[in-house]
Design a protein around this ligand. Structure first.
Ligand code: GLN
Length: 195
């Protein structure tokens, strides 16, 4: 059983624990570098990416996170987590840093005020059995991505799910839906990386 951590600095940590457990993983809280060292995969939850960034810096986790990503750790980020995995933010707040790893530029709160929160069915490459219900909450989209970042799903012409090697990111929140297929895809990625 793969041991997967959830970065538990801020955000919807509990929902990811439940989704990962339902998808067959053993879960751990990650707040300290020693805890990061013990997991075979990591989820960065939805929440507020500026807050997560500042706490990761304050907890001395940013450099260890970057080092493990460079070494191939599978990481899945939803919403704020997607922002944390982007090499670049189009409109970062002052002092906001990312872990990076996916060669993409994201736009925060991209869908605008009229469309702050909405749901839409999405076909996600690699997820069988019909569309995933995409829950978008002040979500980012991918403004542009390099050739190595594969788009798995788009909405309104913008990539909202991408994968680059062992890194997976979604603009939306499958952890809020009770549908664990995206988490199952990630658990499979962790299994593949471990062999
Ligand atoms: N708008 C948030 C941010 O920029 C992300 C929102 C979310 O994770 N639901 O960090």
């Amino acid at each position: 059983t793969p041991v997967i951590g959830v970065l538990a600095l801020q955000g919807d940590v509990r929902e990811h624990f439940a989704a990962l457990a339902a998808a067959g993983a053993e879960t751990r809280t990650v707040r300290r570098p020693e805890e990061l060292a013990e997991v075979a995969g990591l989820v960065i939850p939805g929440g507020e990416s500026t807050t997560i960034s500042k706490l990761a810096l304050a907890f001395g986790l940013m450099e260890p996170l970057r080092a493990r990503v460079r070494a191939g750790l599978p990481v899945y980020g939803s919403c704020a987590g997607m922002i944390m995995l982007a090499d670049k933010i189009l409109d970062p707040r002052a002092g906001q840093e990312t872990v990076g790893g996916i060669d993409m530029i994201v736009r925060r709160n991209a869908f605008g005020r009229q469309n702050e929160s909405f749901e839409a069915p999405l076909e996600v490459r690699g997820v069988e059995g019909g569309p995933v219900e995409g829950v978008f909450i002040r979500a980012p989209w991918v403004e542009s991505a390099g050739a190595r970042a594969e788009t798995l799903a788009s909405y309104d012409g913008h990539p909202v799910a991408v994968r680059q090697d062992a890194l997976l990111a979604t603009s939306f929140h499958p952890e809020l839906t009770g549908d664990h297929r995206v988490h199952a895809l990630f658990v499979d990625m962790v299994r593949d990386a471990a062999v």
